[in-house]
Write a protein that binds this ligand. Structure first.
Ligand SMILES: *[C@@H]1O[C@H](CO)[C@@H](O)[C@H](O)[C@H]1NC(C)=O
Ligand SMILES: *[C@@H]1O[C@H](CO)[C@@H](O)[C@H](O)[C@H]1NC(C)=O
Ligand SMILES: *[C@@H]1O[C@H](CO)[C@@H](O)[C@H](O)[C@H]1NC(C)=O
Ligand SMILES: *[C@@H]1O[C@H](CO)[C@@H](O)[C@H](O)[C@H]1NC(C)=O
Ligand SMILES: *[C@@H]1O[C@H](CO)[C@@H](O)[C@H](O)[C@H]1NC(C)=O
Ligand SMILES: *[C@@H]1O[C@H](CO)[C@@H](O)[C@H](O)[C@H]1NC(C)=O
Ligand SMILES: *[C@@H]1O[C@H](CO)[C@@H](O)[C@H](O)[C@H]1NC(C)=O
Ligand SMILES: *[C@@H]1O[C@H](CO)[C@@H](O)[C@H](O)[C@H]1NC(C)=O
Ligand SMILES: *[C@@H]1O[C@H](CO)[C@@H](O)[C@H](O)[C@H]1NC(C)=O
Ligand SMILES: *[C@@H]1O[C@H](CO)[C@@H](O)[C@H](O)[C@H]1NC(C)=O
Ligand SMILES: *[C@@H]1O[C@H](CO)[C@@H](O)[C@H](O)[C@H]1NC(C)=O
Length: 740
């Protein structure tokens, strides 16, 4: 599954040229070099300059160059679907995609999203997002793939592969350490070198392995220098150490200087210094800086070469559709209303079901078997009274919650509510459905729930990007509690109904302690943010059409204080310093290392069937003196060299077809000072009742290594390495040792 692509590097002064050896990039660079020779300085500068916030039809646009038939680039949000236009789909965001632990679905979603971007004439999709869920209340973490770097890396890799397979450029974002919304433009994330490498860089490395065309640098500072003008992170780590071949664009107005071009920034977005300023740090300013000798010409050649190479890499020089909408004005005559949805609704429904995590199922209440009556309770089961797109960029929490808010959203073509889907399905069994959609009228809720065979209570928790404050939450959540008094709603229903099933639509962890042990709460279904088919995917799981196989992509703790990192809400005129003091111990690594019992652990999720694990075997060998210099081809070779093969037998011991998400965790020797268990493998394996399969995971030397900050290379630690195979980060079934 790894694409082989080794690279050689040449450093001149501080311009980092990538000299690609992979055939795809080689061809793209040869074409880019030939084209570059035909361009003026002005042309080259504008290859890396957006036309300005208020101009162009897309979130960002670059001008065309007619002499080379370059029509300019259209860059458009978001990471879950095309933003600000009609006849497109709302896919489940990264967090639910991660919860599938299923690479096929991650990839198919990427392909389907890519088709929609291409169909609208968009060259560049501004996604995937791969910042880590470091603090559980982090506003935009739902756009990404959760709290484990390996899982996020696989999500990033498969998404980039999928999007780019249909000729759309993907963007790995936000580089780097953009893990909260508060003070995102005025804070410095201060992160040690080992944590940088072992946690936050990994998804970007996997994106580069997938040949990602572009990387977006983030708003925040890194150790006191803005991420978009930090030579160590952009030229040093990204382009030199990881061998990134594409171009770096700024987040919107995250460029702070013309000199950024010498630090590794290749494109400034949206182009103007601030919206409407009509002046850019690049454009004319950069042109003059080169003319007057303040900035060397080769920096501009380098950015132009990189932008062109990515354009050629994706084949966008031949037959790419023209932009057929206007993201800045959906109602304008530029919008040809091209329907790009295909049959993506069906994939969205499948991902919705496959990302649903069953957390509690006392007495096998689920799947439903023709219950005589059902009560559906809570606003989260119904529609948004203002319509599914009633709030700009989804900046409200009304009705079923199927995406967060901010620029990482898209407009719903339709949104299936749980109430509609349950009502429709219930007709088959002649089940009587009663509802009470008020969150605050506890008497109405109890009245609806009383004497019903089952009472579903829908609770929610929302978050998003900092430019909107929703119900007092300025992007990041204020706490981890259910919104709208959700705990009281559950308690009111459970007081009168001994078969209460709670459904949670949320951006991240929610504290459940108020009622989770109440014996009347017989079910807990984690629906997350399932996208436009929300109700249908849920019903598929409730009725057993889809046997649940989703797993938590983060830990659900018993209190917010159990988590190792919190949102820093300091408000200051000077730079807010955010030390990542927990280091490599984020999420479950901290719960494990500090012996804190979570409510539900990372990787956990129930099924309607059961699975047996047996016959672990480990083959291959490592020698501890093998290491990588940590750069380019050497790192690449280390990644592609499988050292160890781990196999075991998995059997469906129940009576229902289903998928087991088997997980591999490593325990490194204590000298490595690593977390007790680190995820290094997973698969979603389909099994018929009684069927057995041999499951195989391979581990490269990189997988077995830690980053040595002194030698600046990946090294396999000395000592035996323990391999654990299990059904979650704490449900450990098989154990073996790699002798070292
Ligand atoms: C493109 O040009 C650069 C700069 O001259 C050079 O280093 C590189 O080898 C060239 N690449 C290809 C594939 O021609
Ligand atoms: C631009 O496109 C035209 C029409 O397809 C073609 O004749 C011409 O050769 C192209 N020029 C370049 C530089 O590719
Ligand atoms: C992933 O999910 C799909 C859809 O449920 C399923 O067909 C497939 O078996 C799963 N596992 C893998 C590895 O693709
Ligand atoms: C940031 O500073 C820390 C502490 O001084 C250091 O360990 C780390 O390497 C720095 N980060 C980078 C990317 O240089
Ligand atoms: C860039 O960031 C690193 C930390 O990643 C820091 O040590 C360095 O001082 C910053 N500044 C520059 C100019 O690279
Ligand atoms: C920028 O980073 C590159 C790559 O690590 C390095 O070769 C160069 O010396 C750095 N430039 C400055 C000004 O620090
Ligand atoms: C209603 O349910 C039936 C069967 O359960 C299904 O075929 C139909 O597509 C559903 N309608 C909607 C609008 O979901
Ligand atoms: C269905 O529920 C409604 C409202 O509670 C009730 O009036 C009606 O009698 C019920 N019908 C059946 C068939 O149980
Ligand atoms: C609930 O059911 C019981 C017994 O079936 C019945 O006596 C009672 O009236 C019902 N209560 C309501 C509110 O329907
Ligand atoms: C559970 O529900 C029953 C009604 O079915 C009620 O009588 C009882 O008090 C409830 N128990 C709790 C702990 O709320
Ligand atoms: C739940 O309550 C119903 C009556 O409302 C009763 O028939 C049933 O036995 C109770 N179930 C449990 C598990 O207590």
């Amino acid at each position: 599954m790894y694409l082989h692509c080794s690279a050689v590097f040449l450093v001149l002064s501080s311009v980092v040229y990538a000299q690609p050896a992979s055939p795809e990039w080689q061809t793209a660079y040869a074409k880019a070099n030939a084209t570059l020779a035909k361009l003026s300085l002005w042309d080259k500068v504008w290859l890396g300059t957006g036309v300005g916030y208020f101009f162009g039809k897309c979130t960002g646009s670059t001008p065309g160059i007619t002499s080379i038939n370059f029509t300019g680039l259209c860059l458009e949000d978001s990471a879950l679907g095309v933003r600000n236009v009609d006849k497109t789909s709302v896919f489940p965001p990264g967090i639910n995609t991660a919860a599938t632990f299923n690479r096929t679905l991650m990839n198919l979603r990427g392909i389907a999203m890519g088709q929609e971007f291409r169909g609208k004439g968009i060259n560049v999709q501004l996604g995937p997002m791969m910042n880590m869920m470091r603090a559980p209340a982090s506003g935009r973490a739902w756009e990404g793939f959760g709290a484990d770097p390996y899982l996020a890396g696989e999500g990033a890799y498969e998404t980039v592969k999928g999007v780019q397979s249909v000729g759309v450029q993907a963007v790995a974002k936000h580089f780097i350490f953009n893990e909260q919304e508060h003070s995102r433009m005025s804070s410095s994330s201060n992160v040690d070198d080992r944590t940088t490498h072992e946690v936050y860089l990994h998804p970007f490395l996997r994106s580069i392995q997938a040949n990602v065309a572009a990387v977006m640098c983030s708003y925040n500072q890194v150790n006191g220098t803005f991420a978009c003008e930090n030579n160590s992170t952009l030229n040093g780590i990204l382009k030199w150490e990881l061998g990134f071949q594409g171009y770096v664009m700024s987040d919107w107005v995250a460029t702070h200087s013309t000199g950024s071009v010498t630090k590794g920034l290749d494109m400034t977005m949206p182009g103007d210094i601030f919206p409407g300023s009509l002046i850019s740090f690049f454009g004319l300013t950069l042109d003059l800086a080169v003319v007057f000798g303040a900035i060397k010409q080769y920096y501009v050649d380098n950015l132009a070469r990189r932008v062109l190479a990515s354009w050629y890499l994706l084949g966008q020089d031949s037959g790419y559709p023209a932009v057929n909408f206007n993201s800045k004005n959906a109602g304008s005559s530029d919008n040809l209303h091209v329907d790009v949805q295909g049959n993506h609704g069906s994939l969205i429904r499948t991902i919705g079901a496959a990302s649903t995590v069953l957390l509690k199922n006392t007495g096998k209440t689920l799947p439903l078997a023709a219950p005589p009556s059902i009560a559906v309770i809570g606003s989260g089961a119904g529609p948004n009274p203002s319509g599914p797109n009633g709030c700009v960029d989804r900046s409200c929490n009304q009705g079923v919650l199927a995406q967060g808010w901010g620029s990482g959203t898209a407009d719903y073509p339709y949104l299936i509510t749980p109430l509609d889907a349950i009502t429709n399905r219930s007709a088959v069994d002649k089940t009587n459905v009663t509802s009470s959609l008020s969150d605050s009228d506890l008497n109405a809720a109890a009245a609806a729930a009383k004497n019903k065979s089952i009472a579903f209570v829908f609770i929610t928790a929302d978050s998003g990007e900092a430019q909107y404050t929703v119900e007092g939450n300025a992007g990041d959540r204020n706490d981890l509690l259910a919104w709208h008094g959700g705990d009281a709603l559950v308690q009111a229903v459970a007081a009168v109904n001994n078969n209460t099933i709670v459904v949670v639509n949320t951006v991240g962890p929610v504290i459940l302690e108020a009622w989770i042990d109440n014996p009347n709460v017989t079910g807990l279904v984690w629906s997350g943010l399932p996208g436009q088919e929300a109700g249908n995917g849920l019903v598929d799981v409730l009725y057993g059409v889809y046997n649940p196989s989703g797993r938590l992509p983060y830990t659900i703790g018993k209190s917010i204080g159990d988590y190792p990192a919190q949102i820093d809400t300091t408000s200051s005129l000077s730079t807010v310093q955010i030390p990542y003091a927990e280091g490599i111990f984020i999420d479950y690594r901290h719960f494990d290392a500090s012996n804190i019992t979570p409510r539900f652990e990372f990787g956990f999720g129930l099924s309607y069937t059961t699975f047996d694990y047996s016959s672990l075997s480990i083959s291959g060998s490592i020698s501890s003196n093998q290491y990588s210099t940590g750069m380019g081809s050497s790192l690449d070779a280390m990644l592609h060299n499988p050292a160890i093969t781990v196999s075991f037998s998995l059997r469906n011991s129940g009576s229902t077809f289903g998928h087991e998400v088997a997980q591999l965790y490593l325990t490194l020797p204590s000298s490595a000072n690593s977390a007790p268990y680190i995820l290094r493998g997973f698969d979603s394996i389909p099994l018929e009742p009684g069927q057995s399969k041999t499951v195989t995971f391979t581990l490269s030397r990189y997988d077995l290594s830690t980053w040595n900050v002194v030698t600046q290379r990946w090294e396999v630690p000395n000592g035996d390495i323990v391999v654990t195979i299990g059904a979650s980060s704490r449900d450990r079934r098989l154990r073996g040792t790699i002798s070292n």
